[in-house]
Design a protein around this ligand. Sequence first.
Ligand SMILES: C[S@@+](CC[C@H](N)C(=O)[O-])C[C@H]1O[C@@H](n2cnc3c(N)ncnc32)[C@H](O)[C@@H]1O
Length: 379
Amino acid sequence: MSCPYFEQSLCRSCALLDIPYQQQIADKTAALQQLTGIEASRWLPPCISQSLGFRNKAKMVVLGVAQAPVVGIELSAEQGFSAQPLTDCPLYPANMQALLGDLPEWIRSSGLPPYNRHKRRGELKYILLSHSRRYDQFMLRLVLGSDKCIERIRQNLSRLLQQHPEIQVVSVNIQPVHMARLEGDEEIFLTDNQLLEEEFNGIPLFQRPKSFFQTNPDVAEQLYGTAARWAQATGAHHIWDLFCGTGGFALHCAPFAERVTGIEIEPEAIACARQSAARMGINNLEFDALDSAAFSQQQQGSAPDLVIVNPPRRGLGTELVERLNQIAPRHIIYSSCNPETLTRDIAGLNYEVVQAQWFDMFPNTDHMEVLVELRRTGV
Ligand SMILES: C[S@@+](CC[C@H](N)C(=O)[O-])C[C@H]1O[C@@H](n2cnc3c(N)ncnc32)[C@H](O)[C@@H]1O
């Protein structure tokens, strides 16, 4: 363990940081096996991570005053709501820390006033920074309370881009609502490039501001690779990837399947997935921006022989579980970031567990990503 912020109780986001990494893995494995009730013999060894320096996405609050901005977190009321710099948080690789570390001075010299939630004054609320491990490039997003400072940001941007030419995409997000969710609906690009390119297992992947993207690239690469190997071993020809995001699972299956359909509710993510398919020059893939349950209800005839699902924490829900039982693909591969909803959904499916593995996507926390292959009962 080597995080001065944790040691001094200034940041406790990595709640398990004082537990040795191998012990974290053992504890999480035991808890997961108990919660899911999946037989011990079905589990493959967990896929472990680097315990620090693994994260490709930073969300930081901008605090302090215009003459001395701070990029980090706001401490609790007991700690006087003081502004804690966190640009050298050890969860991020060194080059991400270096870029984050240069932002407070750029914010100051550009005259961008940090938003003060107590006084409801100021403009710059958050910094959202995404890193592409493959190309060592960045997407920088500035969340603002209004569009007042956009011109000032435009005028000062070239200075930042000269200092950090690895920043490929810059946008501002307007979140006018006080104390609401992190981001607003309006996104304004300040660079011509709107896509950050990544590559996992030789497959090109893209992200845009509003697309979900896995935050631990080394582990995500193994998750997609494992799911693709399991999928290929089922012999499936026709595959659905529901909740496909930017298409990670679908794109990994396209080389061996005849036909793959990816469904995702966020149009920006679908735009990224289509960009990947175009880059790969493959035409057995189709991506549509739809609700997964609505899509599955509309489909008549030609049923898939494998459905891959990767829902948000709330899981599949009763309607989709019922619909999957009706469509009855021979196999389902379920990737879940919430073992509780995974367990509930599996209980409702007329399927049995073939194999399972968990991936330490979120080290030093009790979160995990679980991959389960299911086969229709009686097959
Ligand atoms: C855990 S992410 C997985 C994304 C993707 N499979 C990946 O590996 O990056 C869940 C995704 O489900 C999408 N989503 C949420 N509700 C949805 C719905 N009702 N129908 C389709 N997609 C949905 C989210 O936008 C998000 O991209």
